[in-house]
Design a protein around this ligand. Structure first.
Ligand code: SAM
Length: 279
């Protein structure tokens, strides 16, 4: 039996049935357009042999599109009513039971994923999109690539190169794991309820060889946080606290790392930050 997708009317019916009124707190804007969920699955290049993890499956629109492509899905959903209903919905749409595993939990707290899925596909809850992405990349090294839908400003920030206006701590931390790219825009009209922000797709590929171990990652992220907490200040001042306790000590360390002490965090690439942290 081929897998069928959810239509707008069925999504509203399901929500009414479950007594779910979408909440802002949980970033609940459900996609009610089949073309959009197929577009996300195509952008993520999901194929039949893939094991996919989805964060926030909601009523199942995107989940069914991933399953339609033949992949298996582990879905992490915080809303108990939605998590409990998902297997029934996918079964009614032609999906064999063993292709979906639902984890009823806060994605920020999840520390294990069955089957070690290598692809992340999600329409992320907007209020926690960056912490959830960083938590997943840090905790699950088997995740190789992914495409997620996020608020436009967040997607632009994640994919921003050094020197651009929106380049910030999330851009550098995301780049620790590998390259990011903008992968398309999404109209507000495909959501129910219609959000008051624009959305984009953003994709990543994890580097084949990690930049360093957990200790180096932690040190790098601490330096990134210090640099961007005072982003208008020169690095020798912004990093004084984390590099030796004074501007002079920070200057010396930055010079040893080949970084101009009078530059600012927004000019530095992930490679520069890693060189500073590795000293
Ligand atoms: N994937 C569905 C779609 O595209 O229609 C729903 C996407 S909606 C933007 C975000 C979903 O994430 C909601 O189902 C919400 O309940 C869930 N969610 C919110 N915070 C979460 C968290 N911390 N962990 C897991 N799921 C979460």
């Amino acid at each position: 039996m081929p897998v069928s997708l959810l239509g707008a009317a069925e999504i509203r019916r399901l929500a009414a049935d479950l007594d779910v009124t979408p909440t802002k707190k949980l970033g609940q804007n459900f996609v009610v357009d089949a073309n959009t969920v197929r577009k996300i699955v195509q952008a993520a290049r999901v194929s039949a042999s893939d094991r996919v993890v989805e964060i926030g499956p909601g009523l199942g629109s995107l989940t069914l599109a991933i399953l339609e492509a033949g992949a298996s899905v582990v879905a992490v959903e915080i809303d108990h009513r939605l998590a409990a209903r998902l297997p029934e919905t996918t079964a009614a749409h032609g999906v064999a039971e063993d292709r979906l595993t639902v984890i009823d939990a806060d994605a920020l707290q999840v520390r294990e994923l069955p089957g070690e899925p290598e692809v992340l596909v999600a329409n992320l809850p907007y209020n926690v999109s960056v912490p959830v992405l960083l938590h997943f990349l840090e905790t699950f090294p088997f995740l190789r690539r992914g495409v997620v839908m996020v608020q436009a400003e967040v997607g632009e920030r994640l994919a921003a190169p050094p020197g651009s206006k929106v380049y910030g701590a999330p851009s550098v931390k995301a780049a620790w794991y590998g390259p990011w790219r903008l992968a398309g825009t999404v109209s507000r009209q495909v959501f129910w309820p219609v959000p008051n922000v624009d959305s984009v797709l953003v994709g990543f590929e994890r580097d084949a060889v990690p930049r360093g171990d957990e200790e180096l990652r932690r040190r790098t992220f601490a330096i990134v946080d210090a640099a961007f907490q005072q982003r208008r200040k020169m690095l020798r001042q912004a990093l004084a606290g984390v590099l030796g306790g004074s501007a002079a000590a920070a200057s010396e360390a930055l010079e040893r790392a080949g970084v101009d002490p009078t530059s600012r965090g927004e000019q530095l690439s992930i490679d520069d930050f890693v060189r500073i942290a590795a000293l």
